[in-house]
Design a protein around this ligand. Structure first.
Ligand code: ATP
Length: 768
């Protein structure tokens, strides 16, 4: 019988990240028929052998496990405050002054998070702008120089080199230095805020790789943007600053120690994520709404206030710094995602059905995009495993993009009069004097600038054929790109594809009714972008506000935007989930949905709980504790008393103790027999100091003399764990579990005796 081992220690810090494995989707089974989860690659997932039942039967310590589900690769965060004796003593000691200081520090940290996130965004933006200017300026010059002598392969080669080298570099950084920095980071942040410990997600190293990675990917010309990664960066900044120490640099600044727990850290990370959105889009309200709609699972009123402060300050700082850098005295650079402002965007009532139709199209296109992308994802997980393979793949996609762009520029003859188009690098190519190639204008800049051009270019800037081919090419290219092992967001390509087909709709309609005056191409590009975002991302409230804040359209246009986004979302939802949820599901992260699974509604706690439960007595021997810690991977053990014989699993519940607490107790030798040595020094700080990397148990060896020492859990355990009855409805307890951000729930009978255990996997894996 095999069982998947979880890695002990804080542990989880060293686990594989978002490594997909096949979910058996099985309900709990007896140990005799229990199946191990199937992993794509057994080398990556350590498997340990547990004793067989016959062996266990002779061992009084070990209980038979009849109803236990495979542990997830991911552990949960402890959002529950452990109000034990130490915590209460600390709380009582706090003077009014200290409480005020802590509150002030909290506000201050949110402020600093906003400022630093914005400064990182500015650095990324300036780096991308500088390198892109150099790259596209050089390429445009090279095309013009080599056109006459017919050596067009020269700029093509230059373009390839200036694309695949940065992309390869970024992919290598992500692959070999910090794999968790891959992608946009939004799914990972979402998981973290939902209560899942995604290893290494909030490390400084991750931030550095993410920042460099996003610069290289955008310069390399991949179909992606820098906005998503900014949200992840904000989260890392928040986690780093709020803890007053760096595990990467092994440096403890001895400040903000009272914020060293998962509960506090989660609130700061939420503030960081919304500061990231605010600086990315110049949308402070959108940032708050994004965090609430997409990322946060738990919030309260004062937290909303604080995240509003961090997002506002973030967007303000970015505006000041970038405006000063680019010499703009009117402070118009509100975010990285700069789509330019619309002066006025009037619409007629009869356009509403057109917008709805566009929403439906966005939903269909988005759903197809999501399905195709998830297929690519599975293909990659199965066939592209070695690191060099992932790097080569990223470079190949970059090469493909350049080659398609060059072919389009070569084959399509779309010349426009110079001067009208705002492109920075007009390329003449085969056009006449005083003309520029409109296809080159779409490709010879960052995707963000192209999206901006599609919103604001004058009506006659492109041919229908050019835009139509561009839509098809970019749609598939972006689908192929999202999921590569590089740091890159999905907002920009989604906006770009939507803006392109939205503009195309207006061009076709204009072609059919040349006298129509309402067909503003920018307006249709914006609606197309909203439809595509609704179809791919499925966020409605925050996206509406983000689009309003980013494009500066007045609130009368909110109605068409909402209609389009909602239609796109509903149509897409009919087929599949939003792309972030798909990524999370593919990687089997045990994220709790908003509602309990439908099938659970008629079940009782006893139907889904694990039993029997591994418990500890109130006063427990050290060697027993070590034995269960080494033998089981669980992170929580009910503390019981009134046990019959050696069978602790039916004891009366008096609290719960966590693995992290047990390892600290053992490490610090907090035994009853030695009480006089530690009782004056012990405090909540003893445990906080170890956070988040608690000691591991696997290498722990107990000195022979200490084997019979006793630990009294009275002052360490959480005396008020959430308990539920065996007959309580699953729908009800799910709400409690989710709303309180719990990690463990103990199922008890009428006499308060342990009957079973519930953790997040019990609410998830049986869903299928
Ligand atoms: P998490 O992984 O969420 O941090 P955990 O490590 O304590 O929590 P899981 O790995 O989720 O627990 O547990 C896997 C399975 O084991 C679940 O079905 C759960 O109900 C069960 N389980 C958890 N703790 C115990 C325990 N002390 N005794 C018996 N079964 C348990």
């Amino acid at each position: 019988m095999k069982y998947k081992e979880k890695i002990f220690s804080d542990s989880s810090d060293e686990e594989p990240i978002l490594t997909p494995y096949k979910d058996t989707g099985k309900s709990k089974e007896t140990s005799s028929s229990r199946e191990e989860p199937v992993a794509p690659n057994d080398d990556e997932l350590p498997i340990i052998n547990l004793q067989s039942e016959t062996e266990e039967a002779d061992d009084p310590v070990i209980v038979h496990h009849r109803h236990v589900r495979p542990a997830s690769l991911y552990e949960s965060l402890d959002y529950e405050i452990c109000e034990n004796t130490l915590w209460k003593a600390d709380y009582k000691r706090r003077s009014q002054k200290l409480i005020f200081r802590k509150d002030l520090a909290r506000w201050l940290i949110f402020l600093v998070i906003g400022i630093i996130t914005a400064l990182i965004a500015c650095t990324i933006n300036i780096a991308i702008d500088t390198f892109s200017e150099m790259k596209y300026g050089f390429l445009a010059k090279s095309v013009d120089e080599n056109l006459h002598n017919g050596n067009l392969y020269v700029p093509y080669l230059y373009w390839i080199l200036t694309s695949i080298i940065p992309v390869g570099l970024g992919a290598a950084l992500v692959t070999y230095l910090e794999p968790v920095a891959a992608g946009s980071g939004i799914p990972q942040v979402k998981c973290y805020l939902n209560g899942v410990k995604v290893p290494r997600i909030v490390r400084i190293k991750t931030l550095v790789v993410k920042a460099i990675g996003v610069v290289t990917s955008v310069i390399g010309g991949l179909a992606g943007g820098k906005e998503g990664p900014m949200i992840h960066s904000g989260a890392v900044v928040a986690a780093g600053i709020s803890q007053g120490k760096s595990t990467t640099f092994v440096k403890d600044f001895r400040v903000f120690r009272y914020f060293r727990d998962d509960h506090e850290k989660r609130d700061f990370v939420l503030g960081g994520a919304s500061a990231g959105v605010a600086s990315a889009f110049g949308a402070p309200i959108g940032g708050v709404l994004f965090s609430l709609e997409e990322a946060a699972s738990f919030w309260n009123q004062s937290l909303i206030w604080r995240i509003l402060v961090s997002s506002t300050i973030s967007s303000f700082t970015l505006n000041v710094v970038l405006s000063a850098y680019y010499g703009q005295t009117d402070f118009t650079i509100t975010g990285l995602f700069n789509l330019g402002k619309f002066d006025e965007l009037p619409y007629k009532y009869f356009e509403i059905p057109i917008f709805v139709l566009m929403g439906i199209c966005g939903g269909l296109l988005g759903a197809f995009w999501n399905t195709t992308n998830s297929r690519f994802h599975l293909f990659r997980a199965r066939y592209i495993k070695p690191g060099w393979g992932k790097i080569l793949e990223a470079m190949a996609v970059s090469l493909l993009g350049v080659s398609i762009a060059c072919t389009m520029m070569y084959v399509i003859n779309d010349c426009r009069t110079l001067g009208k188009d705002p492109t920075s690098y007009p390329v003449k190519l085969f056009c006449g004097d005083n003309e520029y190639n409109a296809v080159a204008a779409l490709w010879f800049q960052t995707p963000e600038s192209t999206a901006k051009a599609l919103f604001h270019d004058p009506p006659e800037s492109h041919q229908i054929l050019t835009v139509a081919i561009f839509v098809v090419v970019y749609y598939f290219l972006s689908c192929l790109t999202f999921g590569l092992n590089v740091s890159l967001g999905i907002f920009i390509p989604t906006v770009l594809v939507g803006a392109a087909w939205g503009r195309l709709v207006s061009m076709v309609l204009q072609h059919m009714c040349p006298t129509a005056t309402f067909l503003h191409p920018g307006k249709y590009a914006l609606i197309g972008a909203a439809a595509q975002m609704g179809g791919v991302l499925r966020m409605t409230i925050s996206l509406t506000v983000i689009l309003l804040e980013t494009t500066g359209v007045d609130s009368t246009f909110a109605f068409p935007l909402i209609i389009t986004l909602i239609t796109g979302k509903f149509v897409g939802d009919f087929f599949n989930e939003g792309i972030y949820d798909i990524v999370i599901r593919i990687n089997h992260v045990p994220i709790l949905p908003w509602e309990p699974p439908l099938k659970y509604r008629s079940l009782k706690a006893s139907n889904i709980m694990s039993s029997p439960v591994v418990c500890v007595k109130m006063r427990e021997k050290a060697n027993y504790i070590i034995d269960i810690l080494k033998r089981y991977t669980y992170n929580g053990f009910p503390v019981v008393e009134d046990v019959q014989g050696n069978d602790r699993s039916k004891g009366r519940v008096c609290g719960i103790i966590l693995r992290s607490q047990l390892t600290v107790i053992l490490k610090e030798s907090l035994y009853e027999e030695k009480k006089r040595l530690w009782q004056d020094q012990i405090s909540i700080e003893t445990f906080r100091n170890e956070y988040p990397r608690y000691p591991t148990i696997d290498k722990f060896e107990l000195h022979l003399d200490k084997h019979d020492y006793t630990v009294n859990f009275d002052i360490f355990m959480n005396p008020s764990p959430v308990r539920v009855g065996e007959d309580d409805s699953v729908a009800r307890i799910f709400q409690t579990f989710r709303a309180l951000g719990l990690r463990h729930m103990i199922v008890v009978d009428n006499e308060n005796r342990v009957r079973g255990m519930l953790t997040r996997v019990d609410f998830i894996f049986k869903e299928d």
